[in-house]
Design a protein around this ligand. Structure first.
Ligand code: GDG
Length: 472
């Protein structure tokens, strides 16, 4: 394998490197591959072309030399504690995240956060510029790095640059609030291909480009004039999951036994409802809990028959809006449980913890109804994971219309989570759905997810990038 310093013909740039620092068997710290679907999807490409990955190692103030892990070249970008606060927790997660999720929570605009964002984006771009071989391909990921495409093009006009946006892109009326709205659009337009989750996100982006930058937009193409005329393609590439591990785990006897044990542990209720989310205000956890609580209050559901298991994995705990959300959710869970639990049965089994993937699959298998009630979500992979594990064609997916997944998973029970009465009816419909109807819907959902997995997604995106290279 070439040394960690020789340039690569294919480079991924993402906020995080695909590894975590964890305690090893002898107590010393070691790197472990993080389980995300992105790494799995890109692994074949990374191995075939000897690719490199530029990203932050996840620990502030850590200066690391390039290293390799499982055959992937990793090029760490250092961030100071203050940069983590201003660029990541601040601008990315407290300005862009709420603004792009339709202002569910008010975005905070701070000039010093923006300055840190520009500075850190430049550092990522400079690292990528050194990592990429002459005429190579660089694929930049997500909202933390929207300025990287243009900064990188400035440094290395020979490269083919792709960008994929994992979260929604808002309508112009909301986007226009951003004090740095033109700079961000110009940053993204440094790419040859800008990918979004939904067609609507691409449309919103193109409308903003037309309106703010007065550039010519035809279909999904933008003609950029700055630095010589150039065409940028902006369109949807809906992301998916690596289906193989989910299908395999769901068939494993020990995982199935664990699912039966979970049901048993909950007192074998007639129906188990499940929610799995990062504890984030975009996920509509409160709306789901409110609807479930009212169904119990009204006697439409009984705690002896139905339990809601809510995994809310800890997330962004140092951002105020998240700490506040946690308090709200935990208060309402405690109230509902206090009102409805019996000594033997619980209404909501609330778990503010992260679990290994085996346990997640056992939970998916134990659940008769999966509740995905996001108020806004780029895609929502949990919906697709649930479907992938349901090899017996049973189970019901209740899915918010405001997720990217709803564009594809039309056989789910689709809901508007803001409409609490509608959400309650959808939960009742799911709880009471006859087995035949469950199978009919689940068969179609599974076909969709299994035929459009994350490998198909990365192949399609990279083919579009190759096309852009040939058209130049
Ligand atoms: C962003 C966009 C888009 C969660 N808790 C545990 C755990 N998870 C896993 C899930 C799933 C992933 O995390 C979450 O993915 P989502 O798609 O649901 O949501 P975001 O984290 O908000 O992701 C989103 C995505 O990017 C991809 O483009 O779909 O719209 O917001 O895989 O299973 N996994 C384990 N333990 C947990 O406790 N092992």
């Amino acid at each position: 394998m070439p040394s960690s310093n020789s340039p690569s013909s294919f480079v991924i740039v993402a906020n995080r490197l695909p590894v975590d620092r964890v305690p090893g068997p002898g107590g010393e710290e070691i790197w472990r591959r993080s389980p995300g679907g992105l790494v799995a999807a890109l692994e074949p490409v990374m191995q075939a072309v000897d690719g490199a990955w530029v990203g932050w190692a996840g620990q502030p103030g850590m200066e690391l030399a390039p290293f390799s892990e499982d055959g992937i070249r990793l090029l760490p970008v250092p961030l100071s504690a203050q940069e983590v606060q201003e660029y990541y927790e601040g601008f990315a997660n407290d300005t862009i995240w709420p603004l792009y999720h339709d202002v569910i929570s008010p975005p905070q605009f701070h000039r010093e956060w923006w300055e840190a964002y520009v500075r850190v984006n430049r550092r990522f771009a400079e690292r990528a510029a050194v990592a990429a071989a002459e005429g190579g391909t660089v694929w930049v990921h997500d909202y933390q790095l929207q300025l990287v495409p243009a900064m990188l093009r400035e440094l290395r006009p020979d490269l083919t640059i792709g960008y994929f946006h994992h979260i929604p892109f808002p309508a112009h009326g909301l986007y226009a609030q951003l004090p740095w709205r033109n700079q961000v659009l110009e940053g993204l337009l440094g790419a040859d291909v800008v990918g979004f989750q939904r067609a609507q996100d691409a449309t919103n982006f193109l409308a903003a480009v037309k309106r703010r930058l007065r550039l010519e937009v035809k279909g999904s193409s933008v003609t950029v004039t700055h630095g010589g005329p150039r065409t940028v393609t902006a369109r949807a590439f809906p992301i998916s999951i690596d289906t193989t591990p989910y299908v395999e785990l769901a068939a494993r006897p020990d995982v199935r036994a664990r699912a039966a044990e979970i049901r048993e542990g909950l007192g074998n209720p007639r129906r188990i409802l499940l929610g799995v989310d990062r504890l984030d205000y975009t996920k509509g956890i409160g709306h789901r809990i409110k609807a479930f609580g009212e169904l119990l209050d009204q006697g439409r559901l009984r705690v002896e028959d139905v339990t809601l298991v809510q995994v809310a994995s800890p997330s962004r705990e140092r951002v105020d809006a998240y700490a506040q959300l946690r308090d709200e959710i935990e208060l309402s869970v405690a109230r509902i449980n206090g009102d409805h639990d019996t000594v033997e049965h619980t209404a909501i089994r609330y778990l503010h913890q992260g679990y290994p993937r085996e346990e997640m699959v056992a939970l998916y298998l134990a659940a008769d109804v999966m509740l995905v009630t996001a108020l806004r979500d780029g895609m929502n992979l949990v919906a697709k994971e649930y479907v992938a594990t349901r090899g017996d064609q049973r189970g019901v997916l209740v899915l918010s219309e405001f997720t990217g997944a709803a564009d594809e998973l039309r056989q789910a029970v689709l809901v508007n989570p803001h409409d609490i009465e509608g959400l309650k009816d959808a939960i009742m419909q799911a709880v009471e759905m006859p087995a035949r109807e469950q199978s009919r819907r689940m068969r179609s959902l599974r076909r969709r997810v299994l035929d459009n997995d994350v490998n198909a997604w990365s192949r399609t995106f990279l083919a579009a990038l190759e096309q852009a290279r040939n058209d130049r």
